[in-house]
Design a protein around this ligand. Structure first.
Ligand code: TNX
Length: 469
């Protein structure tokens, strides 16, 4: 039984099978090392070839004697390795096949929110390997928010000694939440994050860090109140969910703080793309701040509310000057102040995607109605987890059509997922559907897809929601 998720472009099943008795690899050393990690050193010949394809696809041939994998470069070879991993049966045999396969989108991502709930590093590693297994190639790591700052920054120790911890946590479904009375927190050192970057790169996954600004910044403000608009009133790391009115101030010290955080972020994360957040920025504190009002006059803005676009524009240009590219949520795409090379993630109504591309931005489709896996996956009252307000079914995700954009990604916000098991439960099986639409160009057939997903989940061995009959 050949069961692949995502399904490949073309597959020809041949007679017979190959017994995989460890691998003896020739070709690309890094890819060889990953093959050995997955299958052990052994006797089955695997030849890695560089062919003159013009895409990040691969061709895989399994005969009773050997495995031949051809691609233009490392990304294609690594995708082929994952196909091989899925082909290997529990009996140690690989069916003989010829597969040619090409990704539809260049950006096939998943956002993991480690700010609302800190996730242990070993889980993040495991999760990255699961992404690779599904040919997803971007881990968007949401590292900072109102409820926690998770990346250690040299020179700003309070970000993690204070900003990474909150006194208690809200638990339960939206609408019926309660405080659990126990503190929550944790953070990653830069060397831990570098190790994650290397582990991910070895699997063809790029880690795109997100440092939220100028809103969703309360954890940083709890650590350094002078970066905000109300230094006179100290602020704890937020224990609630939602949109906080406390945002970064627009004084030069705060901009320099953000630049320094971004400098260190660029050191740890080689990714060409760095995410600046930029969503949900209430401007009330700026309206009430003489510093912000003066700043907006001096810049010739219509009012303090325009400081949102200005702030992000400054930081996007800072990243460009360092050879990186900013990514922002779609609120930023509404402003003329954002340079056009900024990539926009369209999370609200898909109309915002059209607005952003009309302004010259590349777009990644992340609309909440189809890609927010933090919402429940069924309408059953027994569905244990999720955000209030929507139900995002497996079928919704599977039938989402991103259109002609850079790519698409799933969002795992973690207000309502406090543990790795809860994150996996929300992720599966919907992440399988997202992976399939991000990778495959084939016409969709939901019944055929769900027939594959059941056994695929058993093979994955993770907590998951139901697969509809
Ligand atoms: C909106 S999407 C947010 C997040 C929340 C999410 C919950 C976005 C850019 N902002 O801060 O976690 O909704 O569904």
């Amino acid at each position: 039984m050949i069961n692949l998720v995502p399904f490949p472009g073309e597959i020809r099943e041949l007679q017979g099978s190959l017994e995989l008795d460890g691998v003896a690899v020739t070709g690309d050393r890094d890819v060889a090392a990953l093959l050995v990690e997955y299958f052990g050193e052994g006797r089955t010949p695997v030849r890695l070839l560089l062919g003159d394809r013009d895409d990040d696809g691969y061709a895989l041939t399994v005969s009773p004697e050997e495995i031949v994998l051809t691609a233009r470069g490392t990304p294609g070879l690594l995708s082929g390795v994952q196909t091989l991993r899925q082909l290997l049966g529990p009996d140690g045999r690989v069916p003989c096949v010829e597969i040619t396969d090409v990704p539809r989108y260049a950006w096939r991502g998943v956002l993991l929110d480690v700010a609302r709930h800190y996730m242990p590093l070993d889980f993040v590693f495991r999760f990255v390997d699961q992404l690779a297994f599904h040919k997803l190639n971007v881990l968007h790591l949401h590292l900072t928010d109102d409820q926690g700052w998770r990346m250690e920054i040299d020179g700003y120790p309070r970000l993690t000694s204070i900003g990474a911890w909150r006194s208690e946590s809200m638990v339960g479904r939206a609408g019926s939440v309660a405080f659990d009375g126990t503190p929550h927190g944790g953070f990653y050192t830069q060397s831990e994050l570098s190790a994650l970057v290397r582990f991910a790169a070895a699997r063809g996954v790029r880690v795109v860090p997100e440092i939220e600004m100028p809103g969703h910044a309360r954890a940083a403000l709890a650590a350094y109140p002078e970066l905000g608009n109300r230094a006179d009133r100290p602020l704890p790391v937020w224990t609630g969910w939602g949109v906080s009115e406390h945002v970064f101030g627009v004084q030069e010290e705060t901009l320099e703080f953000c630049r320094e955080v971004l400098r260190q972020t660029m050191k740890v994360f080689p990714s060409a793309d760095i995410h600046l957040g930029g969503d949900e920025v209430p401007t009330l504190q700026w309206e009430n701040s003489s510093v912000a009002r003066e700043r907006s006059l001096e810049l010739g803005l219509e009012g303090p509310s325009q400081l949102h676009g200005w702030f992000l524009g400054e930081m996007a240009r800072f990243l460009s000057a360092h050879g990186r590219r900013a990514v922002c949520w779609d609120e930023a795409g509404d402003s003329d102040a954002i340079p056009p090379e900024t990539v926009v993630m369209a999370w609200r109504d898909p109309a915002h995607a059209a607005r952003a591309s009309a302004r010259g931005h590349e777009v990644i489709m992340t609309p909440y109605r189809w890609t927010y896996l933090d919402y429940p996956q069924t309408d059953s009252p027994h569905e244990p987890l999720g955000q209030e307000g929507e139900i995002i079914t497996l079928s919704d995700v599977y039938h989402f059509e991103p259109g002609p954009v850079l790519g698409t990604q799933a969002q795992l916000w973690t207000e309502f997922a406090a543990t790795p098991a809860e994150v996996e439960y929300l992720a599966y099986p919907r992440l399988c559907a997202l992976a399939e639409i991000a990778w495959s160009s084939r016409p969709r057939d939901f019944a055929e897809f769900t027939a594959r997903v059941g056994p695929h989940l058993a093979r994955l061995g993770v907590p998951h929601g139901e697969v509809p009959a």
